[in-house]
Design a protein. Structure first.
Length: 146
């Protein structure tokens, strides 16, 4: 059991170092070459996907799933923040098959954060359907938490 706990802890540490910083500024980087450098490992508790509008586009932030609530700052200044649906799809290509991803909506945030979720929200329904279909084709388990 201790070996399994040790392996899990090491895996989390290693996976956190495998990510690169796209940007922590308001205008996140959309350079596809940077998305290519991501290496995504299996997360035992899945992944949390957050989204929010930024001008004419959408930002997407993916964090390792945990048993605790994230803060707005953690979500928006995360190492994995990308801009645009195409960049999100490129990033999803890096996930191992059968990986679970939970897309967090403003309804879920309102129930858990008590309405203090700033501009975090889901994009239009066509974009959600397109991302859901893409995940199905890639063998990923995407759950939109309304």
């Amino acid at each position: 059991m201790k070996k399994l706990q040790f392996f899990f802890a090491i895996s989390l540490i290693v996976s956190s170092f495998c990510f690169i910083k796209c940007s922590r500024e308001n205008n996140h980087d959309t350079d596809p070459a940077k998305v290519d450098k991501f290496s995504i490992l299996h997360s035992m508790k899945g992944w949390e996907l957050y989204s929010w509008p930024d001008g004419n586009g959408w930002n997407y932030s993916i964090l390792t799933g945990t048993n605790r609530l994230k803060t707005y700052s953690e979500v928006t200044t995360n190492n994995i923040v990308i801009v645009g649906k195409e960049s999100l799809m490129m990033l999803l290509d890096k996930f191992p098959a059968n990986e679970e991803i939970f897309w967090i909506s403003e309804g879920w945030l309102d129930r858990t954060w008590g309405g203090n979720y700033e501009n975090l929200s889901l994009p239009d329904s066509n974009t959600i359907i397109e991302i859901e279909d893409y995940c199905i084709r890639k063998g990923l388990v995407l759950t939109v938490n309304y």
